[in-house]
Design a protein around this ligand. Structure first.
Ligand code: IPE
Ligand code: IPE
Ligand code: MG
Length: 261
């Protein structure tokens, strides 16, 4: 990264940052590991749930900015399979918050043209949360301005396991031969089969790991790690991430440089 350039952008206003973006070079699909809610709350001597609640405002802002910029797909990691190992009180609060979000935000999502879908092993969710999720998915199924995918009870390895199970079932039914299995075929069985792979993956809170998120899909995704905690990650931080993305040279294994070897 060009450090001179990046320290210069730190001084710019939100409007100046937005003006620096090149519309043709925006990612089509942004994925986010929304991390750091608990630490945000602890820093303020608040219960962890206060951080999760504040984090919802960041989700809202991401949706607004993506719509404004014409970014077509946004995938957010809201609850991992591993998160079932948290204390029961935190899990219940998070499920309650999910219901609250879907009940209060539904009308706005529809008005904004946002199609909401979920990925993950959703049968583990409490029945009432699952009902809210299915209702929101149905009510937004006809919308197309922004594809918002929420990963819930999601694990990247579990997704691959589920794909392999389906492939084996097809083979058992005589519909699939070993030679039919290629990368495109596996992709068809992933939860994200109708989404392009993310161009940019953002993780907040200073952790520099993938935590079992979209393992197959991020093979060639640009990774962006920031120390900002999720509730503090708003328009300005997203614009900075997008500008950094635009400075990267996506090579996909090829040589793009004009300098001959
Ligand atoms: C991310 O914030 C939200 C979820 C995983 C549900 P955390 O709850 O992981 O916050 P930290 O990492 O403990 O600060
Ligand atoms: C990743 O955050 C999962 C979500 C953001 C939903 P975690 O806080 O659960 O991840 P680890 O435990 O730090 O890897
Ligand atoms: Mg965390």
């Amino acid at each position: 990264m060009d450090t001179k350039d990046s320290s210069a952008v730190d001084q710019l206003s939100v409007e100046e940052l937005a003006a620096k973006l090149e519309p043709d070079l925006l990612p089509k699909h942004v994925a986010i590991i929304m991390d750091g809610n608990g630490r945000w709350a602890e820093l303020r001597s608040l219960p962890r749930i206060a951080g999760h609640r504040e984090g919802i405002k960041s989700v809202r802002e991401m949706i607004t900015v993506c719509l404004e910029l014409g970014i077509h797909a946004l995938t957010v990691y809201a609850f991992s399979q591993e998160n079932w190992n948290r204390p029961i009180q935190e899990i219940s609060s998070l499920m309650g918050l999910l219901e609250y979000y879907l009940s209060t935000e539904r009308a706005k999502l529809i008005e904004q043209g946002v199609r909401l879908r979920t990925i993950g092993r959703l049968d583990s969710l409490p029945a009432s949360a699952l009902q809210w999720v299915r209702a929101a998915e149905q009510e937004t199924a006809h919308l197309d301005r922004l594809h918002l995918t929420v990963a819930l009870s999601y694990g990247g390895r579990a997704e691959i396991v589920d794909a392999v199970r389906e492939l084996l079932q097809e083979a058992e039914d005589g519909k699939l031969q070993p030679d039919d299995v290629d990368e495109a075929r596996i992709q068809q069985y992933l939860y994200t089969h109708d989404l392009p792979d993310p161009d940019l993956l953002i993780r907040t809170s200073g952790e520099t790991r993938i935590s079992n998120f979209l393992l197959w899909q991020v093979a060639y995704t640009e990774l962006y790690f920031t120390p900002t905690l999720w509730p503090d990650f708003r328009r300005r931080e997203l614009l900075l991430a997008l500008l950094e993305y635009q400075r990267r040279e996506r090579r996909f294994g090829r040589v793009l440089s004009t300098i001959s070897p």
